[in-house]
Ligand binder design. Sequence first.
Ligand code: FES
Length: 285
Amino acid sequence: MPKAIEDIIEGVENLNALDGLCDTAAGWVARATSRDAVKNALSGTWLSHPLHPVLTDLPIGAWVMASALDLTAGGSGAASARRLVGLGLVATVPAAVAGAADWSDTYGGTRRVGLVHALGNVVATTLQAASWAARRRGRHRAGAALGCAGLGLTVCAAYLGGHLSYVRGVGVDHTAFQETVTDWTEVAALSALTDGVPLRVTAGGVPVMLVRHAGELYALSATCTHAGGPLDEGAVLDDGCVRCPWHGSVFRLADGAAVRGPATVDEPRWDVRTDGDRVYVRSAR
Ligand code: FES
């Protein structure tokens, strides 16, 4: 990353003055997305993939094509360019809502950068709205200039979004680089397990959570796929699931399936067997 950009992003990450606005806005979003169905829909749990990056392709693609028409087709492309700008404006609404849901689960410097990313997109969208209005009044050149400015700002905001994902790990599977343990590995004494109380163990250097529930023994990775929370410190639910203590994602003990977001990736499952009082695990195939 060029040093100047690195310095700017670091400056935003350390800008404590944003915290009041961050906390207020994140509180609104958290309340609005507190229902399981809403959280699952906006996070992308149903898609097994974060929804926000999928949706952002639509407005960005529409606005790129509008500016491409402005540059290459002149007046003959004016009507199509105006429709594309309008399409981008409509498509930006679900993208922003899904992004807000993801952002509300971030903290500290990551949350501050996310806020600036969002504000940049708000200004970019406002410029595109002004572009659409100018085009509608027949002022194609002004509309093209406003659209170009909006697109430039969108690219800057997208850079911050990429920083959040690829540098800060927002939205990535936090178990992606876990080792696969193929050999049965002794991890605990069966007598050390209390029904419904997770036990954190380690197999081949990988943290694993053992749970005995309703007479069955289960093992899942102990690192939450969403943001790396300690799943073994979560609550085991009556329906055979475990709830992460950090953001409330719920995973089924039997197969690790993410049944409540914000997690979009299932929790890695481990095979378990016992021999007398000894418990062994290995990565499930
Ligand atoms: S770390 Fe976010 S739900 Fe587990």
